[in-house]
Design a protein around this ligand. Sequence first.
Ligand SMILES: [Zn+2]
Length: 124
Amino acid sequence: MTSLEPDLADLAHCSFCGKPASEIAKMVAGPGVYICNECVDLAGSIVAEALGTPSGPARPVWGAMSDEEMLGHIPRVASHIDQAEADLRSWVQELRRRGVTWIRIGEALGITRQSAWERFSGEE
Ligand SMILES: [Zn+2]
């Protein structure tokens, strides 16, 4: 995990709560995901609670949410797909800049060279 570059901070939304980086104190980046300091605190308390109870629920947040709240949240979940896709694209672009072949990129992703090229090259 790394701290965000300033230019990435403008694009990033927390993968957990959906807040943009501009609205939170600190964002941490993982591979294709981001987490804000508030969600780190929440996750820490969930882990602490789960460790104290042998069968801690995996998704405690659902139990506390109404249908309307869940419906309001799913667009944020969907937006993470776009964010992850954009992040993956930037990793592939860096690999290409380093001269790594489409064959190796495809192998790493479990897809063919052709599929990797079609998905990431931006060429027709
Ligand atoms: Zn968050």
